[in-house]
Design a protein around this ligand. Sequence first.
Ligand code: FE2
Length: 307
Amino acid sequence: MTELRGLGYLKVQTTDVPRWRELMIDSLGFAEGTGPEPDGLYLRMDERSSRVIILPGETDEVLAVGWEVRDQFALAAVGRAVEAAGTPVKMLSTGEAAHRGVEAAMTFTDPAGIPVEVFFGPVLDHSPVLTGAGQKFVTGKCGLGHVVLPTTEMEETVAFYTEVLGFLPRGAMKVGPAAEDGSQARIRFMGINQRHHSLAVCPAPHGGAPGMIHLMVEVDTLDAVGRSLDNVQKAGFTISSTLGRHTNDKMVSFYVRAPGGWDIEYGCEGMLVDETWYTSEEISADSYWGHDWSGAEPLAAFTPPAS
Ligand SMILES: [Fe+2]
């Protein structure tokens, strides 16, 4: 059993906040949120004051993947488990937690080098969530969405998330060429609630910045997905993948390239897992139809860093 309830927030740094604003608010319909950094872009999806935080900086990279737990007791339990596994944990000060809009939080680094935060007690904003096209983001019991993270340490990363943090395996897909002995790398999907996967990890040629392959967010209607697809094309963003339906989470989605070389997946109709019968299956194609990636620019996580 995991103490984690869902993906709570994602905080990234970028060299181009204005372009992120054009993507997230003007095109994808995120509502403007509030937060302490005057130059930061705070994006609301629901009653939280922000779910996605974009801060200005010299590089494009992930600053924190935030996972939510129920309360202070769950937070303490996660801290003990992570420390017992040999990973140092730092409790954030009251001020640092308040800066994040939560009551308490801790931070540590996963084996892929991704900064992870675990928190409880998010501060709510009860004002109306004014999304761009009246769409409702699907969050609640399923969390904000899912992240797909690159790693050069596949086995260690999967073991950390499953054995230490308690993520449930939710299937896999082979990627890349098979080795002589028949073994083959796999993307591994993992869940902590009824969303099919809140996390996937993917073998990638380098770790470090940007530390992200994509963030998926879900909205309530196919029309909202279609309108957003029109918007991003009109705004000149690159479509990494055309509209399609995934085989594992059944999501109908498209992928758009964000500043920094990674994607936002924007979809609807994601399935809810019923753990009374679910078994971890291997998919042999990621989509029933669509999801044509032939127009995608290379992902930063798959581009070897300049030496
Ligand atoms: Fe995805």
